[in-house]
Design a protein around this ligand. Sequence first.
Ligand code: BES
Ligand code: MN
Ligand code: ZN
Length: 493
Amino acid sequence: MQFELTRLPVTEQPGGCVAVGVFASHALAPSAKLLDKASDGAITAAVKAGDIAGKVGDTLLLRGLPGIAAERVLLVGCGKAGELNEGAYQRIVAAAAAAVGKLHAAEAALYLTELAVTGHDEAWRVRTAVAAADHALYRFTEYKREPGRRHLKTLAIGCGGKQAKALDAALRQGQAIAAGVKLTRDLGNQPANVCTPTYLAEQAQALAKAHGLDIEVLDEPQMRELGMGALLAVARGSRQPPKLIVLKHLRGKAKAAPVVLVGKGVTFDSGGISIKPGAGMDEMKFDMCGAASVLGTLKVAAELDLPINLIGVIPASENLPDGNAIKPGDIVKTMAGKTVEILNTDAEGRLLLCDALTYAERFKPDAIVDIATLTGACVVSLGNHAHGLLGNDQKLIDALLAAGRTAHDRAWQLPLWDDYKEQLKSPFADLPNVAGREAGTITAAAFLSAFTEKQRWAHLDIAGTAWKSGKDKSATGRPVGLLVQYLLDRVGG
Ligand code: BES
Ligand code: MN
Ligand code: ZN
């Protein structure tokens, strides 16, 4: 989708549709008032007649209004009059974009950045509107013979005349975030017969080429050389060769310690010998969404040329049962030298991640954040709304929590107390890879913490948030919003 800013009065904005806000109280947002005046009260009449209740996300389409340039007017419910929160604002924009996207119109405009959002300025409202609208208009149709036509080409964002530079920057940021989120969603939605570890590596190569990033892809012999026994153990059950993808966006000061993002890249998780039940197993193609979010975030950093040193590390593998696969009770040696007793081959994410986290140490990072669809327990405890967040550095965790609130891509912290670490005992090895049913998200993070003792580290469990199930099944692109906001906050942008 093409986005642009428009500073035309809403009555003069041409195109197929202009969208404006109305409140549940029947009050009109400023642009709706202007249209109402120009059209001799057509909007007040529709609202008074009760054709739109004004709840957040309600929409009503009006055509043929006199006195205005656009062909149609879309009224969008904004809830209770007064300031909005981040989530309501996003929902309002998304509802408007979705409704406009269904019209037979190539151009439309949203006059919604005039809505006040508590704690945020117009630049935030522009950036968020672009990202939210693009998200709402996304469809993955690569494998549909009849994908259905999309008419909308350009979406204009109505904004004030002041702060032109800041708003232009906000538009660019919004577009970059939209592009990064789209990449993350596209990769996630790809079926696992296409999206293999090799495919992920190729996509990373393409990204590096397009944006001038450094890239290195380690193959199995190189990983063996490094002693990545845990990562390689997962890959044994698959005919697809594993990859360790390392991407670098080095645009910060030469000596500035980098931020390293480590993304779980299991391109299909059958569970391995500890095989999963059949129902819903297709969704385990999404088990590489952490990896996809790392690529999406790097894309945004590159497009915005953020002055930061940022490195992405992606351990990629399938997890399948095979005659050569790891078995419950097998013991492997990690790159860090610690041995692990694999009690459940379905707890494979932490096996990939522990070696990738050890590998990340070589970059002497300022902070490591890993992103992983790691535990079903996280879906149980937080549902689809918040990412699980744990780590060993409260300042880093607080920065990520704050970034999640700003981007409305929220995380919630779980405790990583030593008490939980005591659950991780193996009679035969240094660590088991599972520690019973209780507190599964925390004990998974506790396992990872044994490989990040020397680092400032945080872990995002995105098992509940990386994709949506049901009839609108799709990757969500989360937590690219949170991660980009964290980077923007770091560089003061
Ligand atoms: N990829 C899964 C986690 C997952 C499950 C994400 C369902 C989203 C939805 C992970 O590899 C896994 O299988 N975890 C196990 C760990 C258990 C064996 C300790 C789980 O959560 O059941
Ligand atoms: Mn698993
Ligand atoms: Zn998994």
